[in-house]
Design a protein around this ligand. Structure first.
Ligand SMILES: NC(=O)c1ccc[n+]([C@@H]2O[C@H](COP(=O)([O-])OP(=O)(O)OC[C@H]3O[C@@H](n4cnc5c(N)ncnc54)[C@H](OP(=O)(O)O)[C@@H]3O)[C@@H](O)[C@H]2O)c1
Length: 344
């Protein structure tokens, strides 16, 4: 068994801040020696990394819910790994853990950073490593708390979700069905729309790339939209605003259509619909719910087990592919939760 000092750690660091879509030039590849953890720390070998639209925001030097990644720093990323050295009695060599590992092959996590890195053991009998990055992980928690806490769906109501075939979207639509709602997705392309209807059990899905979203909403939400879970922003948000019911709830989870803009963000034009309908629009940041994740994970694990929840991941291999793989999120090439496999 190699000792940490025999290992080299390949890393991907932020070299410069992009304008528009990131390119390979925005990244710097480095290799560093791996060191033993100090007292209380652990050394984790990265197995899988979660690639998230939020990464694009972390590359910008703007105030947000979390500081930007600094120039020269290893790119921030959540992931699943295996403890390969431990100076902490709570973690044994061989444990599988979830943590903010960064885009690198090995993460040394000192004791004082365990909380900030959200380091915790995961139970692979409940779900696979990639499911722990999807419905049992951060996107699943986002869908769960956004829908349940902010959306407050009632049986019989209509829930619309954009980015429906993505990580957050697949959780939202399936959960809406489990809670007795009508679930209507919006996604790009026939394959994704067919999948959310035929495999996940959504009632309908509107292909925004080939169809007319306004007409689709009219057809599939004849009584209007009670809850809209917005992952994309832009024009689609405006179309949904035009169809909301009285006291509707709109969850602002993300606005991926705007993340690579070089022009100012396009805000909603139809916002007066909130006034007319006495409706509300509320943002959500998943980390605010961290102290309740265990409750949601237990519930979602039950749905995974009894087959009411499916979890689709799109796994791409190789740390070096990170710059191009990340772009799949922005051109819609990912089908399910985008995961980078770093080691077997
Ligand atoms: N607030 C929070 O705490 C929180 C936490 C996690 C995620 N989020 C947000 O949730 C959203 C979904 O994240 P995710 O991880 O589940 O990603 P994802 O849906 O798995 O992947 C992104 C998808 O966005 C769609 N997309 C890309 N460009 C678009 C455009 N211009 N217009 C419409 N759709 C576009 C693509 O699907 P199509 O092929 O269907 O176009 C793409 O596959 C993002 O906005 C993300 O920032 C927020």
């Amino acid at each position: 068994m190699p000792t940490p000092s025999d290992l080299a750690n390949r890393q991907i660091r932020l070299a410069s801040r992009p304008t528009g879509l990131p390119t390979r030039d925005n990244w710097r590849f480095t290799t560093e020696a791996v060191t033993e953890p100090a007292e209380g720390g652990v050394l984790v070998k990265t197995l899988y990394l979660s690639l998230d639209p939020a990464m694009r925001g972390w590359m910008n030097d703007v105030k947000s819910y979390i500081p930007p990644v600094g120039i020269g720093e290893v790119m921030r990323a959540g992931g699943i790994g295996q403890v390969i050295a431990s100076k902490n009695p709570a973690f044994a060599v061989g444990d599988t853990v979830s943590a903010t590992l960064g885009v690198q092959e090995y993460a040394l996590i000192p004791q004082e950073q365990h909380k900030r890195s959200a380091l915790h053991k995961i139970d692979l009998s409940v779900g696979s490593a990639t499911q722990w990055l999807n419905v049992l992980g951060m996107p699943g928690m986002t869908g769960y708390f956004g829908l349940m806490d902010v959306g407050q769906p009632q049986p019989g109501q209509t829930v619309v979700v954009s980015g429906a075939a993505g990580a957050v979207g697949q959780t939202v639509g399936q959960l809406a069905k489990i809670k007795g709602c009508r679930a209507v997705g919006i996604a790009g392309g026939k394959a994704k729309c067919d999948w959310v209807v035929n495999e996940l059990g959504f009632d309908a899905c509107i292909d925004y790339k080939s169809g007319n979203v306004r007409e689709g909403l009219k057809t599939h939400c004849p009584d209007g939209v009670d809850v809209y879970f917005d992952n994309v922003g832009g024009e689609i948000l405006d179309h949904v605003l035009a169809r909301i019911t009285r006291k509707a709830r709109i969850i602002i989870c993300g606005a991926i259509s705007q993340y690579n803009n070089t022009a100012p963000v396009q805000g909603p034009k139809n916002y007066l619909s909130l006034l007319v309908n006495r409706a509300r629009m509320e943002g959500i940041v998943v980390f605010d719910y961290a102290d309740r994740y265990h409750l949601a994970v237990a519930e979602m694990a039950g749905y995974l087990k009894d087959g009411r929840m499916k979890s689709k991941e799109d796994v791409v291999e190789g740390l070096d592919t990170f710059p191009e793989t990340l772009l799949k999120l922005f051109n819609g090439e990912n089908f399910g939760k985008l995961v980078l496999q770093v080691a077997a």
